[in-house]
Design a binder for this molecule. Structure first.
Ligand code: FMN
Length: 267
C-alpha cells in the first residue's frame, strides 16, 4: 500500500497497468462491461458533450478478423523496419540508462534468438538478421494470438461534430476521450481484468480502414483506438516482447516549482 488507510482509490490508480500477456478465455460478464461503460461516461468532457462512442465486440468471427489484421500489421511494421525506426528513441539498452532517464522501455526481454544482438536490431544489418530469423512473422503471430484469444475488444470512436482536428474542439474531444479511457483503464484492475491497446493496425492506413469497415463505422464517426480486454490469469508469464514499463521519472524530472526551469526537489 502506497497511502494511508482509506485511500484505496489512490492505491488503485498507482496499480493501473498495461497487460501485454494473454487473458483467460472466459467471457467478460455483461455487468462488468456495463460498469466499464459507466465509468467511461463519468469522465469530464467539454460542455458535457460526451463526444466518445464505444463498440463492444464479442463475436469470435470479428475478433478473429481483427486479430488477423493486427498480426499482419505487426509483421509488416517489423519487416519493413518501420517499427524500430519510428520508436527507437523510446528504447533503453541498459539498466543504468533506464535508471538515469526513468522513461521509455528497457529492452531486456527480446525473443531468445535476438538477445545477443540487442543493439543491432536498430541497424540495417540487424533488420536483415531479424528477417533471416523469421522474427517479423513470429511477432506478428504472437500479436495475432493475443488478440484472437481476447474475449472482448473495445473500439473507441469520436463524434466528428466535436472531433475537428486542428480546432480547439478537436483537442478537447481527444482530451475527454483520454479521460474516459483512463477511467476504464483504472477500473479494469478492480474487476480482475486487464487491458491493452491493439495499435498496430492504426499504423497502416489500409488496415485501419479494414477495421472501420468491419465495424460499420459511419462517416460521422472517427475510429480512434481499439483495445483488447479480459480477465487476468492467475499466472502471468511475461510475453515475448514486453512493451510496458513501470519506471517513472523522478519528481525533479517533470515538476517545476513556480517557474519552468526550477525543478521541484526530490523527497
Ligand atoms: C497513447 C498510448 C498508446 C499506447 N500504445 C500501446 C501499444 O500500442 N501497445 C501496448 O502494449 N501498450 C501501449 N500503451 C501503453 C504503454 O506502453 C504503457 O502505458 C507504458 O509503457 C507504461 O506502462 P503501464 O501502463 O503498465 O504503466 C500505450 C499507451 C498510451 C497512453
Amino acid at each position: 500500500m502506497v497511502y494511508a488507510a482509506g485511500m484505496e482509490l489512490l492505491d488503485g490508480l498507482m496499480a493501473r497497468r498495461t497487460t501485454n500477456g494473454p487473458f483467460r478465455p472466459d467471457p467478460v460478464s455483461r455487468e462488468h462491461q456495463r460498469i466499464l461503460m459507466r465509468v467511461a461516461q463519468a469522465a469530464p468532457s467539454h460542455f458535457n458533450s460526451q463526444p466518445w462512442r464505444f463498440v463492444l465486440i464479442e463475436d469470435p468471427v470479428t475478433i478473429g478478423r481483427i486479430a488477423d489484421i493486427a498480426g499482419q500489421s505487426m509483421t509488416e511494421l517489423i519487416d519493413a523496419g518501420v517499427f524500430f525506426e519510428r520508436y527507437r528513441r523510446y528504447f533503453r539498452f541498459s539498466q543504468a540508462e533506464m535508471e538515469e532517464r526513468r522513461d521509455g522501455i528497457h529492452i531486456d526481454h527480446l525473443p531468445a534468438p535476438l538477445r545477443p544482438f540487442t543493439r543491432q536490431i536498430f541497424s540495417d544489418s540487424g533488420l536483415s538478421l531479424m528477417r533471416r530469423l523469421g522474427v517479423p512473422k513470429k511477432l506478428g503471430e504472437d500479436n495475432r494470438r493475443l488478440v484472437a484469444g481476447s474475449p472482448l475488444l473495445m473500439a473507441v470512436l469520436l463524434d466528428k461534430e466535436e472531433y475537428r482536428p486542428g480546432e480547439l474542439s478537436g483537442f478537447y474531444s481527444v482530451f475527454g476521450m483520454g479521460a474516459a479511457v483512463e477511467n476504464i483503464w483504472n477500473a479494469v484492475g478492480e474487476l480482475g481484468m486487464g487491458i491493452q491497446f491493439v495499435s498496430t493496425p492504426m499504423e497502416i492506413p489500409r488496415h485501419w480502414q479494414s477495421i472501420r469497415e468491419l465495424l460499420n463505422v459511419p462517416p460521422e464517426l472517427e475510429l480512434m483506438a481499439v483495445y483488447r480486454l479480459g480477465y487476468l490469469p492467475a499466472d502471468q508469464a511475461r510475453p515475448s516482447i514486453d512493451w510496458s514499463s513501470r519506471h517513472r521519472k523522478r519528481l525533479s524530472q517533470y515538476v517545476y516549482r513556480e517557474k519552468v526551469g526550477q525543478p521541484e526537489q526530490d523527497s
